[in-house]
Write a protein that binds this ligand. Structure first.
Ligand SMILES: Nc1ncnc2c1ncn2[C@@H]1O[C@H](COP(=O)(O)OP(=O)(O)OP(=O)(O)O)[C@@H](O)[C@H]1O
Length: 113
């Protein structure tokens, strides 16, 4: 229970300080709402959201550790930050494709009956 509180503090910190995390949270809320309204499968949307948000949290954690360990510029600090950012980018592109594949057809049927 106590560790759940610490985990929630980490999520709240990311939401307060990371604009990308806020955008991803609200994109996830929008996609989930659309899936519910269009009776589209929810599992791929929820899994994609969990993957993107989870990786964004890991990216935020890694940035904090790198800044702590290497306040000055260092090539390895750059590799660590850029690679973690790359993981978030890949997951976000995957989630976008999943969203298009799952929500696109029912959305088109609704828009063009
Ligand atoms: N200590 C460092 N040494 C070398 N390059 C760094 C260092 N810190 C940051 N960089 C480079 O600058 C880029 C942006 O770093 P920054 O810490 O602002 O990350 P960010 O992705 O913009 O984070 P945030 O989402 O918090 O704004 C990194 O991806 C990396 O290429």
């Amino acid at each position: 229970m106590r560790s759940a509180g610490f985990a929630w503090a980490g999520i709240a910190h990311a939401y307060r300080t990371q604009a990308n995390f806020r955008i991803e949270v609200w994109a996830g809320v929008l996609a989930t709402t659309l899936a519910l309204l269009l009776h589209a499968p929810l599992s791929p949307i929820l899994l994609s959201c969990a993957l993107v948000l989870g990786l964004e949290l890991v990216n935020t954690a890694l940035e904090a550790v790198v800044d702590l360990a290497s306040p000055g510029l260092h090539p390895l600090a750059k590799v660590a930050k850029d690679t973690a950012a790359g993981a978030v980018l890949l997951a976000s592109l995957g989630a976008l494709l999943v969203g298009l594949a799952v929500l696109g057809p029912p959305l088109l049927r609704w828009l063009l009956p």
